[in-house]
Write a protein that binds this ligand. Structure first.
Ligand code: ADP
Ligand code: MG
Length: 475
């Protein structure tokens, strides 16, 4: 694809106005009054080239990955054993989640909206798909991803854009509709199984005042427009203040802004993925209350734990993926793995630490955290390995550093535009719904492309490093 040498002012204006008028917006600060202090979310002016075969491979392994995540979430022994060491070090987060998992039985209807993230690696002669991580909770940006794909499609045919784009190379992206459909399906199964006749709603657990709320509001509106399903927003504190679980296990919420009591059908977490979301015991009590109820948790605490970085390191060991999915799916999944190493002494941690100290630029050190901005790279990684206590180190995993394909693009941020070398991270959403003994549905639900300046080590749009993008499929 011939990327424009310059982004024309008129083209950029079209792009920004499209973004703002189609909901691709973010709050500029936390706790702003709804509808104020917002800006277009950052995005690339052009779609970035993505290898078509790698893109297809990522889509193809989404359903096998859904099965992998679900099977592990139900295997208490596996989760406990794999997480034992990190739960000791990270006792206030991983440890507490594991304690809730141990205390609460798995309920019959399960749902997850995962996102499987990859770089396309340029190491070696062929491009290859390399997994960065599996997100099992609060997999965000589905709405913005769909709308960004549509924005690039709109611009591709617009005279102000002046780009030589083959529109057939811009794949459709139904993340928004497919995620809304998944929540609707789980809601519907719940109503049928529990014969709910009183008012009910899906519930989104949110961070109070979060600045990425508009991606959530777009989904909320879609759920109503397509399926007439109400979604109410509640913080963990709201749940403990206004919620209770009745004898039948139903979670009832009487939220002041809703004005009537509703039974929660699906509890969809867009918060609760890091320790900052649990600043008091009440927050943990809220999480446990939800977990104890029969509401469909998206995700359940077990599924959230599968997203721990430690589990992804364990899965890289020989024979692990193979325990959960068939041989050919396991091979396809495994072919995307970058090497990962435990930093626990009894698991070869000393040798791994030595590797990291000797070649710090070839690895990434990851703690049991989500959301960007927590990983260690280069000299910081080396110093950390040299100075941390053995116990502290055990809370991290060491991962081989992936070197993604670099392309040139324009980043549009805060109304301004700059031309930079970027790397792109491709995510595919996977929706998985279980009803009792049966898998009700499991499907690939669109994709997200995020690009960031090549000089940035860490990623994340909410963290302020990456921007929204969409793929332009190339051979
Ligand atoms: P988080 O849960 O914080 O999103 P990730 O594993 O996705 O954790 O890491 C955050 C970012 O760090 C990624 O978006 C990517 O930019 C970078 N990163 C993570 N793993 C690697 C890796 N193995 N090689 C290169 N960069 C990586
Ligand atoms: Mg990530």
């Amino acid at each position: 694809m011939a990327l424009a040498e310059n982004a024309s002012p008129r083209g950029v204006a079209e792009a920004i106005s499209y973004a703002v008028t189609h909901g691709i917006v973010m709050g500029k600060k936390k706790h702003a009054l709804l509808g104020t202090d917002l800006c277009h979310a950052p995005f690339t002016y052009c779609p970035s080239p993505v290898d078509a075969k790698c893109f297809q491979r990522a889509i193809d392994i989404t359903i096998p990955l859904n099965h992998l995540v679900n099977s592990i979430s139900e295997n208490a022994g596996y989760l406990r054993k794999s997480l034992a060491e990190v739960a000791k070090v990270d006792s206030q987060f991983t440890g507490r989640l594991l304690a809730i998992y141990d205390a609460v039985p798995i309920t019959p209807i399960k749902m997850s909206i995962c996102r499987y993230d990859y770089f396309i690696s340029a190491d070696g002669p062929r491009k290859s798909l390399r997994m960065v991580e599996i997100n099992c909770i609060a997999s965000s940006f589905g709405s913005h991803a769909t709308n960004t794909s549509q924005m690039h499609k709109f611009l591709a045919t617009h005279p102000a854009y002046n780009l030589d784009v083959d529109i057939n190379r811009l794949p459709p992206n139904n993340a928004l509709a497919d995620i809304a459909k998944g929540i609707y399906l789980a809601h519907d199964i719940f109503i049928q199984r529990y014969k709910v006749t009183t008012p009910c709603a899906t519930v989104m657990i949110v961070q109070p005042g979060e600045h990425n709320a508009y991606d959530q509001y777009v989904l909320q509106a879609k759920l109503w427009a397509e399926h007439s399903v109400d979604l109410v927003r509640a913080s963990l504190l709201d749940v403990i203040t206004y919620g209770n679980v009745n004898d039948a296990g139903l979670l009832q919420l009487n939220l002041p802004d809703v004005g009537k009591a509703v039974i929660a059908t699906v509890v969809y977490f867009r918060a609760g993925y890091g320790p900052d979301d649990y600043p008091s015991e009440k927050h943990w009590q809220a999480r446990e209350l939800i977990e104890r109820s029969v509401a469909v948790k998206c995700p359940s605490v077990g599924t959230q734990l599968v997203g721990a970085k430690k589990i992804q390191q364990v899965l890289d060991l020989p024979g692990q993926v193979e325990q959960f999915v068939n041989e050919s799916d396991a091979a396809a999944i495994r072919s995307t793995f970058a090497r990962q190493y435990s930093l626990v002494p009894a698991e070869g941690g000393e040798d791994a630490a030595r590797l990291g100290i000797d070649r710090p630029d070839d690895f990434v050190m990851k703690p049991q955290r989500e959301g960007g901005g927590h990983n260690l790279f280069g000299e910081t990684l080396k110093t950390a390995l040299q100075t941390m206590s053995i116990d502290e180190r055990a809370g991290y995993v060491l991962m081989e550093r992936i070197h993604p394909v670099v392309v040139n693009n324009f980043l549009v941020r805060n109304g301004g535009v700059s031309k930079v070398d970027v790397v792109s991270e491709l995510g595919t959403y996977g929706v998985h719904i279980v009803n009792g003994e049966d898998i009700f549905d499991s499907y690939a639900a669109g994709s997200l492309l995020r690009s960031k300046p090549v000089a940035e080590n860490d990623g994340g749009i909410a963290a302020g490093l990456a921007v929204l993008d969409s793929p332009y499929l190339v051979q």
